[in-house]
Design a protein around this ligand. Structure first.
Ligand SMILES: C[S@@+](CC[C@H](N)C(=O)[O-])C[C@H]1O[C@@H](n2cnc3c(N)ncnc32)[C@H](O)[C@@H]1O
Length: 292
């Protein structure tokens, strides 16, 4: 299998669609200022949150700044968003290499692509947003010190979604002790990355937000729950599951505490479970809507 990170982000869309917390989403709808609004999304990947907000008619007239440090993601976003828009019946105008307009009679969104490290972007951004979005991103950053810097990007709302929160479950069990060991070591790798990260980011955001002076308007779980229906995974979710196993493989191969042969067999059996439509994957995550 070829592992492509942009393809993983595409395959994640349907999983995220189900996971996003509806109560927090309703709170976002109720608090959005009048259009046009300025949105900054950090760690935005290939732009699937932008297209989701258009699909769900949450955003109609907006300036949307999409920031990601990975050049491959920004290149994919530049190509994929116009293709998506045309398929969705929207008109597309390429204003310049890093600026795009998608519009129809009901919506008009100016999209700006920024290939940058989020902290470099924060230093040079002069106009704060009405809405800051960070989706599947904050659990990768050093906390609490990043929170005040991030919140400086918004003058109103921050919608901080799919923050991992300490529970990974893969069913059916292969070997209780080995499953538990792999889960524990996998979470530990999230806590020891040189660039930051927290395997219990979700629950810790309550205090990080409060200490940074933000008011939490709404919070709730946004768990990923992936399972086959009639033996088949929906959309591209078999690819998504294979990519999750790829994260395990990348993080834990060669780990001193893990028997290499047992881990290789475990990965083989988990992949076979996907083939048979047996694997059930749950990751506990949390969403927040905060006001600065
Ligand atoms: C798990 S992905 C989520 C992407 C997107 N939000 C989504 O859910 O489709 C995390 C993203 O954060 C980006 N990223 C990680 N560290 C970053 C940093 N310091 N500055 C900007 N982007 C960063 C990665 O390139 C990656 O695209």
């Amino acid at each position: 299998m070829e592992y492509s990170f942009p393809h993983y982000l595409l395959s994640k869309q349907s999983v995220d669609d189900r996971a996003l917390n509806g109560v927090v989403l309703d709170s976002l709808k109720a608090n959005l200022p009048a259009a046009p609004i300025r949105i900054i999304e950090v760690g935005a990947g290939i732009g699937t949150m932008l297209t989701r907000l258009l699909r769900w008619e949450l955003v109609a007239k907006a300036n949307y700044i999409l920031v990601d440090e990975m050049a491959q993601n920004i290149e994919s976003a530049r190509e994929w968003i116009p293709l998506w828009a045309v398929e969705a019946g929207l008109s597309v105008e390429r204003i310049e290499q890093d600026q795009l307009r998608v519009f129809d009679q009901a919506c008009d969104v100016q999209i700006h692509f920024q290939c940058a490290d989020v902290f470099d972007f924060i230093k040079k951004n002069s106009v704060p947003a009405d809405l800051l979005i960070a989706h599947a991103f904050l659990d990768l950053l050093p906390m609490p010190e990043s929170m005040p810097k991030l919140l400086a990007l918004t003058k109103h709302l921050a919608w901080l979604t799919v923050n991992f929160d300490g529970v990974t479950s893969l069913e059916p069990t292969i070997d209780t002790a080995l499953d538990e060991q792999i889960e524990r070591l996998y979470h530990a790798t999230m806590d020891s990355r040189s660039t930051g990260g927290d395997s219990r980011a979700g629950r810790h955001l309550f205090s990080h937000l409060r200490k940074a002076g933000a008011e939490i308007l709404s919070a709730g779980a946004s768990d990923w729950v992936v399972h086959a229906v009639n033996g088949k995974y929906p959309a591209d979710e078999a690819y998504f599951l294979n990519f999750i196993l790829h994260f395990f493989e990348e993080s834990l191969t060669g780990h001193a505490e893990l028997d290499a042969g047992a881990f290789a067999n475990w990965l083989r059996e988990r992949r076979a479970q996907i083939e048979r439509g047996e694997l059930v994957y749950i990751a506990h995550q949390m969403d927040f809507l905060a006001k600065v």
